[in-house]
Write a protein that binds this ligand. Structure first.
Ligand SMILES: Nc1nc2c(c(=O)[nH]1)N[C@H]1C(S)=C(S)[C@@H](COP(=O)(O)OP(=O)(O)OC[C@H]3O[C@@H](n4cnc5c(N)ncnc54)[C@H](O)[C@@H]3O)O[C@H]1N2
Ligand code: MOO
Length: 404
């Protein structure tokens, strides 16, 4: 049995970054940027008004000052001329500031007077006492300048997409999504909604894993359930061809019906390891098969989900060019004591206190209990041989990601 760290290093060695592709910005949410984005335009490209009001010269601003309104600047339609002393231009939010102006008076602060008729019509404004002293001018390039750069790799969030659009870049280069084939194995399994015989149960693991992997940017294909015979498993491996990562679920242990390692071996699996010193998840297997990475997950539902989190998530992240490494942990004080740990690293299903300031392991830790997993929002990571821990001691915790 190897350690979790050794197993993680071995699976990450199977997970090189995938080739890149160029996609429309509208399709890029959640993808990982593969090359930096450089602004083709400054934002704002001109000094712009931040408010609706009147553009004037800052050095003329004083309570009671009067200005003649000589024109209008709206968003998308600037004022062509230049502002002379004593003049103002009606201006709206987002409009370019006229030449000569460097201050905007908000319309709430002025009294407007209209005089004359026809060609002689004049509009003037007078600044009231107690006016707002802010300048309300957004300088050119105040958000970003031409050449501003978003570095890669980076998972593109909604705000990034808005920023890239503002930089006038309609497409981005991203890493290809990992294609993951999920193969559930076992005569006891039927799909949800089907009619199980008394000896059967519902195949649940692929649903949790699919959601977990897709939340990380992968595409996960659920292949038909492979039965506990060679032909059925062979067929499933055939259907998995072309995937970047093939994940089997179950059939990994030592029972007479546990066929995965045998069949994968006959198909040329270059095995990296079998069995990891962790709980749950001991009978984990990894290797390379037909040019793809292959991971054999244990069948117990919590084992497969914990292994998914500890190994598959880092793998699909690395395949998308993100830094390769373990799931991040946070040190959180215990709000209930823990017994000493044994010879396998233990990933204990746990709940954070309401305010996140403490964490307690749930009572039942059997690896078949999906209801306990679903009630948890964290995993306490117990190293091999960890001593008993008391209330208030800080322990490493993987937070939330089971529910992402
Ligand atoms: N003599 C030993 N027996 C077992 C050992 C061992 O070391 N010696 N290891 C145990 C551990 S730890 C685990 S974990 C399990 C894993 O075994 P397998 O990977 O071979 O899994 P199965 O036997 O196929 O299934 C285990 C359990 O999980 C259920 N299952 C399987 N697939 C699914 C699925 N897609 N959805 C829902 N549930 C699934 C299956 O029905 C079994 O109940 O082995 C121990 N035994
Ligand atoms: O190590 Mo197994 O994965 O307990 O359930």
């Amino acid at each position: 049995m190897i350690s979790v760290d050794e197993a993680l290093a071995a699976v990450l060695a199977l997970a090189a970054p995938l080739p890149t592709e160029t996609v429309d910005l509208a399709e890029a949410a959640g993808r990982v940027l593969a090359s930096p984005v450089v602004a083709r335009r400054a934002q704002p490209p001109f000094a712009a008004s931040a408010m609706d009001g009147y553009a004037v010269r800052q050095d003329e601003v004083a309570a009671g000052a009067r200005f003649r309104v000589i024109g209008e600047a709206a968003a998308g339609h600037g004022f062509d001329g230049a502002l002379e002393p004593g003049q103002a231009v009606r201006i709206f939010t987002g409009a370019p500031l006229p030449r000569g102006a460097d201050r905007v008076l908000i319309q709430e602060d002025v009294d407007r007077t209209e005089g004359g008729r026809g060609d002689d019509a004049t509009v003037s404004i007078t600044l009231r006492d107690g006016f707002d002293t802010a300048r309300y001018v957004r300088p050119a390039g105040g958000d970003f300048d031409i050449g501003a750069t978003i570095p890669a790799p980076r998972r593109l969030r909604p705000a990034d997409l808005a920023l890239i659009a503002a930089m006038n870049q309609p497409r981005v280069e991203v890493f290809r999504r990992p294609d993951v084939a999920l193969i559930a194995t076992g005569d006891e399994l039927v799909m949800p909604g089907e009619d199980p015989s008394p000896d059967q149960i519902i195949a649940s693991n692929s649903f949790g894993l699919k959601a977990m992997l897709e939340a990380q940017g992968a595409r996960a294909r659920m292949l038909p359930i492979a039965r506990d015979d060679r032909a059925s498993l062979e067929q499933a491996f055939e259907l998995a061809r072309g995937a970047d990562l093939v994940v089997t679920i179950g059939g990994a242990s030592v029972g007479d019906h546990d066929l995965v390692a045998g069949v994968a071996g006959e198909r040329g699996l270059d095995q990296a390891f079998y069995k990891v010193a962790m709980r749950p998840g001991k009978p984990l297997m990894a290797g390379r098969l037909d040019g793809a990475a292959m991971i054999g997950l244990p069948g117990n539902p919590v084992s497969s989900m914990v292994c998914g989190l500890v190994f598959l998530v880092p793998m699909v992240r690395a395949m998308q060019g993100l830094p390769a490494g373990p799931m991040p942990t946070r040190m959180v004080p215990l709000s209930a004591p823990l017994e000493a740990n044994g010879r396998r690293a233990h990933y204990m299903r746990a709940r954070l206190d309401e305010d996140g300031s403490g964490v307690a392991a749930l009572d039942r830790q059997d690896s078949s209990l999906l209801s306990v997993l679903a009630a948890s929002d964290a995993l306490i990571v117990r190293p091999v041989g960890d001593t008993a821990r008391g209330i208030g001691e800080r322990v490493p915790v993987i937070v939330q990601r089971l529910h992402d």
